[in-house]
Design a protein around this ligand. Structure first.
Ligand SMILES: [Zn+2]
Ligand SMILES: [Zn+2]
Length: 136
């Protein structure tokens, strides 16, 4: 999408667009690193010295409400965010914290215990050592 089209799209979603917010959106676009709020703040603070960490965090909250990003709770040390919102799974490296996307359909049989529940999402999490950490 062109930048103006994008701004229009975000406005239609009811997002107030500020230069900082736009920069956060751009940073997240096609980002497969599953950044934390700190990562995003650190990446942008030079360009926006007046931007506070709270701005980043609040923007992430709004983007989550609008369904543009998802929070992934597999890193116990910090919340990580994912702009890829279609269902997919993850691998997390126990050493460096790198998170990889796993784009595969797993056929899961809903267990009996959950038969009364309405399942909205599920996630398969692999953990171990990424190729780089495996070598050390
Ligand atoms: Zn690693
Ligand atoms: Zn992901």
């Amino acid at each position: 999408m062109e930048k103006l089209q994008k701004i229009d799209y975000y406005k239609k979603l009811g997002l107030k667009i500020t230069p900082q917010r736009l920069a956060i959106l751009e940073y997240l676009e096609n980002n497969r690193e599953h950044p934390s709020a700190e990562d995003i703040y650190n990446a942008l603070k030079e360009r926006f010295p007046s931007m506070s960490f709270a701005t980043v965090y609040n923007t992430l909250e709004v983007l989550m409400e609008k369904g543009l990003i998802k929070e992934i709770g597999i890193d116990s040390s910090k919340k990580r965010f994912d702009p890829v919102v279609h269902p997919h799974h993850h691998f997390i490296c126990r050493k460096c914290g790198h998170i990889l996307d796993v784009e595969k359909d797993f056929d899961i049989i809903i267990p009996q215990e959950l038969s009364e529940c309405k399942i909205l999402d599920f996630q398969v999490v692999f953990s171990g050592l990424c190729p780089e950490c495996k070598e050390d």
